[in-house]
Design a protein around this ligand. Structure first.
Ligand SMILES: Nc1ncnc2c1ncn2[C@@H]1O[C@H](COP(=O)(O)OP(=O)(O)OP(=O)(O)O)[C@@H](O)[C@H]1O
Ligand code: SF4
Ligand SMILES: [Mg+2]
Length: 336
């Protein structure tokens, strides 16, 4: 069995709407966005797990729960076999160091009034990574690692291009020597040519530093290129999780199938980003009963409207949450 470094076990997360006085007088219950609804997944040491799904399906919320930027409402986040959902004090700081997040827009997460040297030395000092005398040398090493010239240390974030700023964000994350990097839409804001450079740098660093990477992205082509495994999310649940090649060649969940068939990056006959399945994505405020996908699934049966499918094995390290053992992948929203 591969070493599992990080897991989500039945994780739920709600965002409550403000409960207005009028609503309270009317006796209406508080409303909530059910962003995560029992997410379970394991991330093996050294692998890259891609997380995909339509906008609003909870990818960023899950990423934030994994690094504990969000508290979960239910379930557990496990790191090296221990529940870290409620860690506090020094143990929490250690977890925060070992599991780092890199954001889509490094510009908003890099202090514009600090030079790169100040940004990196702050990270090194907060976690006491090096004695003061060694900090400059470590900064030079980090810049070299992300292929920025040594003089970058004396410049401010606005003096860099988007791709270079993303490299600074990566250098800052790496400065504290993490084991896991959680990258949420790391390159979505960059030009395609720059995307490839940053993604290839990430692949190289992962190999060199034996990092575990969680790669959240819209772009299925990129996810296919970078990930060993892929988790597909729908309405705050993981509906399928398996080796990348299997997921792309033989999806076992009708939603995965619809998502891949609709993606212009994977299916060249599609010229624009189309919705994955027929019908509208249900609101995460009022979730459908039974299988969350039943309102859009071309294979839905009576059972799907009442019975929640659980993740079950469809191969080695490959699970999907569907009542069907097989389905015709050519039947999609367009054909039914
Ligand atoms: N801080 C918040 N307050 C209220 N609702 C939120 C908050 N963060 C996320 N949500 C809601 O939770 C759901 C999941 O959002 P999330 O950002 O995790 O989706 P996503 O898959 O990352 O989408 P995208 O692909 O657009 O980035 C959405 O309905 C979103 O509106
Ligand atoms: S459980 Fe039913 S509705 Fe859900 S994906 Fe499978 S066939 Fe479709
Ligand atoms: Mg997001």
């Amino acid at each position: 069995m591969t070493d599992i470094i990080l897991s989500a076990q039945n994780v739920s997360k709600e965002f409550l709407f403000p409960h207005s006085i009028l609503a309270r007088i009317r006796g209406e219950p508080p409303r909530a966005v059910h962003a995560l609804n029992g997410v379970s997944l394991d991330i093996a040491k050294g692998e890259t797990l891609g997380i995909v799904g339509e906008s609003g399906c909870g990818k960023s919320t899950l990423a934030r729960c994994l690094v504990r930027l969000h508290e979960t409402d239910g379930g557990r986040i496990m790191f090296e076999g221990a529940d870290v959902s409620h860690l506090q004090g020094p143990a929490r700081r250690t977890f925060n160091r070992r599991v780092q997040m890199i954001f889509q827009d490094p510009y908003s997460s890099l202090n514009p009034r600090m030079t790169v040297r100040q940004i990196l030395s702050e990270a090194l000092r907060v976690h006491r990574m090096r004695p003061a005398a060694q900090i400059d040398a470590r900064i030079a090493e980090l810049l070299d690692l992300v292929r920025l010239s040594p003089d970058a240390a004396n410049r401010y974030p606005h003096e860099f291009s988007g791709g270079q700023r993303q490299r600074i964000g990566i250098a800052r994350a790496l400065s504290v020597e993490p084991e896991v990097l959680v990258a949420d839409e790391l390159v979505s804001a960059l030009d395609v040519s720059v995307q490839a450079q940053v993604v290839n740098l990430l692949l190289e660093l992962q190999d060199r530093l034996h990092l575990t990477v969680v790669f959240v992205a819209h772009d299925l082509r990129l996810v296919r290129h970078i990930s060993h495994r892929v988790a597909v999310m729908y309405l705050g649940t993981v509906v399928e999780n398996g080796p990348t090649a299997e997921i792309f060649a033989h999806p076992n969940h009708p939603y995965t199938n619809a998502l891949l068939r609709a993606a212009p990056e994977v299916n060249p006959t599609r010229r624009t980003r189309t919705v994955a399945a027929r019908g509208e994505l249900p609101s995460p405020i009022n979730l459908p009963s039974g299988c969350l996908f039943h309102t859009r699934c071309p294979h839905a049966m009576d059972r799907c409207r009442t019975e929640v499918p659980v993740l079950r094995a469809f191969g080695k390290n490959h699970v999907a949450a569907c009542h069907l053992d097989t389905f015709d992948p050519t039947v999609t929203k367009d054909t039914k």
